[in-house]
Design a protein around this ligand. Structure first.
Ligand code: CTP
Ligand code: MG
Length: 235
């Protein structure tokens, strides 16, 4: 039997940059919450077995009500103060699962992740232990220190990361075990933890999609509302 595949929807943040009374994942766009859109994307994917939601403290009941209608919803757990802490909460909840389990960590703030992106991550996970989703940057990206450009990496080598990030559970567990033992750990995303603590593990990057935006600022809520009302563009 193929390894079980778990999607972890990370909704432990409070959306300070969007502002408002509720965490941004509880805002409705296109008639359902951003969190519900994110859960639906994984619940509807044939290769996903379970969807685990990590929710901001104090909002677990709202998350449980949103997750309840989804067939594969496997529970809601309380997140931590940082995204890293929320990921660790999910890994703790997955204690005892086989190392070969495939786990996908997805930002709840990305409501429109497409089936094709999830397919590419799962395909790559057949070969690689760590998989990220990237999109090319239309803007030139430069490194700035103290208001001055210190380097200009070639644009064609630059990629903006999205989620989901996929891992074999044994690999991400090992990376976090090393990270948590490091007093100098700086918060980063899950691929950042693997890159830093397991430098010999290649992180395969597959193609993302501009529609898979992360609702980060108030303008993104407007964009998300618009995207919710439009069919995906093919190019
Ligand atoms: N996240 C999490 N636990 C945290 C912080 C963030 O699970 N302690 C999740 C968020 O809910 C989001 C994803 O990680 O789905 C990406 O984080 P971000 O866009 O920064 O969301 P927030 O932290 O909620 O927003 P802000 O930084 O503006 O407060
Ligand atoms: Mg944040």
């Amino acid at each position: 039997m193929a390894a079980r595949t778990v999607a972890v929807v990370l909704a432990g943040g409070t959306g300070q940059r969007v502002g408002g009374d509720l965490p941004k994942q509880l805002i409705e766009v296109g008639g359902r919450t951003i969190l519900a859109h994110a859960i639906a994307a994984f619940d509807g994917h044939p290769e996903i077995d379970e969807v685990l939601v990590v929710m901001a403290a104090g909002h677990e009941r709202a998350a449980a009500a949103i997750a309840a209608p989804f067939r594969k919803a496997a529970g809601v757990i309380e997140g931590g103060d940082t995204r890293t802490a929320s990921t660790v909460a999910a890994l703790t909840a997955l204690d005892g699962r086989p190392d070969g389990t495939r786990v996908l960590f997805h930002d709840a703030a990305r409501p429109f992740v497409g089936r094709d992106v999830i397919d590419r991550v799962l395909d790559a996970l057949g070969v690689h232990a760590a998989v990220a989703v990237g999109v090319p940057s239309p803007d030139t990206i430069v490194v700035v220190e103290d208001g001055v450009v210190v380097s200009m990496p070639p644009r064609e080598t630059m990629s903006r990361f999205q989620t989901p990030q996929g891992f074999r559970l044994g690999t991400i567990r090992e990376a976090y075990a090393l990270a948590l033992a490091d007093p100098g750990l700086r918060a980063t995303d899950d691929c950042g933890i693997v890159h830093h603590y397991l430098p010999d593990v290649p992180i395969r990057v597959v193609e993302g999609c501009e529609r898979n935006l992360k609702v980060t600022r108030p303008l993104d809520v407007v964009l998300a509302e618009h995207l919710a009302a439009t069919a995906p563009l093919t190019r």
